[in-house]
Design a protein around this ligand. Structure first.
Ligand code: SF4
Ligand code: SF4
Length: 171
């Protein structure tokens, strides 16, 4: 297999990267900063899972919002160290208190922003604040799926432009 979806349609979402059973997809950035998957055809077993999971070539199903709320965290320190009134931090803390796992975009490390998995409140400073850049999901979908299969509560917050949506995954 050569391409999963056309480069012009690819959002660099990492879904194909996470599903590949042979780990033979490499996500590479071009000179314009666009991240696109490249397949090592020597290791590919043509299972087709990457194509099946690509949101750009498969029909998506969406859920209607159940409720909408406005909020801010009453703790001034949290508000000062966060964005959007500390809403995400509030949900992160609550999830961890309930023995859950949270995923969010890390502050810049080795020249790029990456999603990370956190199980300890002391690490939350790493994911505080919005990052208006393309972050590397890396293997976080794979890890989150494992967590859900183990019965853990998972909170995954991802903010994308220009659609500006938060994605919350709970169990
Ligand atoms: S066809 Fe299967 S093995 Fe090949 S890149 Fe896609 S997911 Fe990986
Ligand atoms: S799954 Fe995501 S990263 Fe992979 S080809 Fe499709 S849009 Fe691009």
């Amino acid at each position: 297999m050569k391409n999963i979806c056309d480069k012009k349609d690819c959002t660099g979402c990492f879904a194909c990267y996470n599903i590949c059973p042979k780990k033979c997809i490499e996500m590479k950035e071009d000179i314009y900063g666009r991240i696109y998957p490249y397949i090592d055809s020597n290791r590919c077993i043509e299972c087709g899972l990457c194509k099946k999971t690509c949101p750009q070539i498969n029909k998506q199903s969406f859920n209607e919002p159940i409720n909408a709320y406005a909020m801010y965290n009453k703790n001034k320190e949290i508000r000062k160290n966060s964005t959007s009134g500390g809403a995400a931090t509030t949900f992160y803390i609550e999830t961890l208190k309930n023995n859950g796992v949270v995923y969010g975009a890390n502050n810049i490390e080795n020249g790029s922003f990456n999603f990370i998995r956190i199980t300890d409140e002391s690490q939350l400073y790493k994911v505080k604040g919005s990052k208006y850049v393309h972050c590397y999901i890396n293997d976080c979908f794979y890890l989150a799926k494992n967590d859900l299969q183990k019965g853990l509560k998972v909170l995954f917050i991802r903010y994308t432009m220009p659609n500006c949506w938060f994605k919350f995954l709970f169990r």
